[in-house]
Design a protein around this ligand. Structure first.
Ligand code: 1CP
Length: 356
């Protein structure tokens, strides 16, 4: 079992969300949902329309704080997650980024070392500042029992968007660059690691209680590459953030890591492990026991869309299997836009009151 950091010096917190990180198995467990602020909410769509563009929404602290709080007001989740995007980091580094309506992010691809000259780590601070102001505003308005989660994308996942020029099925260009020119690709990963440390530390300074590192595409790498591009940079980020903020829990979400998840926790030192939809509840239980990490997840977002008795059955299984380990209820990936808001209300009720 991995040693947990000493949190005994931390003030006793009234936030249920933080209890699992002190080793407590809460009943009911704390609950929040990845992408809980988003297009499934009419109030989000209204603010988003007012902002005009997605990036404008991310960079206007008053509006970003408003949408961060919307799911808290509506559902009373145990944690709010800063409204921003993992692609704020490439944008801050100077890579041209736009969000195309109905299509997703578009970036001017970077596929070799020479193109890294287009990026400038010295420029990040001005862009990050606007996000930190959002964090401070949310902190001020959040109920005192609600935790605030700050986040970044893991270097590997952010790199895939920078290299592919947007979302991709198999991250092929990025994997090829990493195979053909590991030294060059390492420079991109290093740049992202440094920027992520600055970004996360600034969020904690501004008021985030917990951090999550999203590695959405961790599952596309074979094991040596996984060690090099997923585990190693994440371990560096965790170590560096902890040098400054030793008591802030960090949750890793290495989506698709499968049997490599146990080693991921050991090597990176994350205190929380976000589990994807493909991970059986019993395996989450084993991982909690074997690593000492808090497990988080992993209801299929489409089960939430379907609702009804199926939703109840899945919630019952998760609550039952994970009742005796430190656990945070969540989805196995982000909530999807077609989710009926009333299904989310039902889910929160099922988690809080239990399924009969
Ligand atoms: O117009 C819109 O409203 C755009 C939809 C949207 C939203 C609501 C995007 C574009 N990003 C977000 C917010 C967001 N993204 C949050 C906010 C906090 C929350 O409520 O959870 C977070 C944490 C993210 C993280 C994020 N962005 C990830 C990692 C998690 C995951 O879902 O895998 C990734 C991969 C992105 C990139 C991104 N941003 C937006 C889209 C549509 C995408 C995916 C692109 C693709 O791969 O096709």
């Amino acid at each position: 079992m991995r040693g947990q950091p000493d949190l005994s010096g931390a003030p006793t917190s009234a936030k249920p969300f933080l209890a699992p990180f002190r080793g407590e198995a809460l009943a009911p467990p704390p609950v929040w949902l990845m992408r809980q602020a988003g297009r499934y909410l009419p109030e989000y769509r209204a603010t988003r329309a007012k902002a005009g563009s997605f990036l404008k929404l991310c960079y206007t602290p008053a509006m970003a704080a408003e949408v961060t709080l919307q799911p808290i007001v509506r559902y009373g989740f145990d944690a709010a997650i800063l409204f921003s995007d993992i692609l704020v980091v490439p944008d801050a580094l100077g890579q041209r980024l736009e969000f195309v309506e109905g299509e997703g992010p578009r970036l001017e691809p970077i596929r070799d070392v020479a193109s890294l000259a287009r990026l400038d780590a010295g420029k990040c601070a001005a862009t990050f500042e606007r996000v930190f102001e959002t964090v401070a505003r949310v902190r001020a308005d959040l109920p005192k029992e609600t935790a605030l989660i700050g986040f970044c994308g893991a270097p590997w996942t952010v790199a895939t968007y920078m290299v592919e020029g947007g979302g991709s099925k198999d991250q092929a260009e990025t994997r090829l660059w990493a195979y053909r020119d590991p030294g060059g690709f390492a420079q991109l990963i290093h740049l992202l690691t440094e920027a992520s440390v600055e970004y996360l530390c600034g969020q904690v300074k501004a008021g985030a209680d917990v951090l999550q590192i999203f590695d959405t595409w961790a599952g596309s790498l074979p094991k040596e590459q996984f060690f090099q591009w997923v585990e190693y940079p994440t371990a560096t980020i965790v170590r560096r953030v902890r040098e400054v903020y030793p008591n802030v829990p960090i949750i890793g979400f290495p989506r698709g890591s499968g049997v490599k998840a146990e080693r991921y926790v050991e090597v990176t030192g994350v205190q929380g492990l976000g589990c994807d939809t493909a991970t059986p509840a019993w395996a989450m239980h084993d991982l909690a026991r074997q690593t000492g990490a808090v497990v988080q997840g992993n209801l299929d977002p489409l089960v939430l869309v379907a609702g009804g008795p199926l939703l109840e059955a899945y919630v019952r299984e998760l609550l039952g299997v994970l009742r005796d380990v430190p656990y945070i209820f969540n989805l196995g990936h982000g909530i999807v836009p077609q989710t009926p808001p009333e299904h989310v209300a039902r889910l929160v009720d099922l988690v809080r009151k239990g399924v009969n």
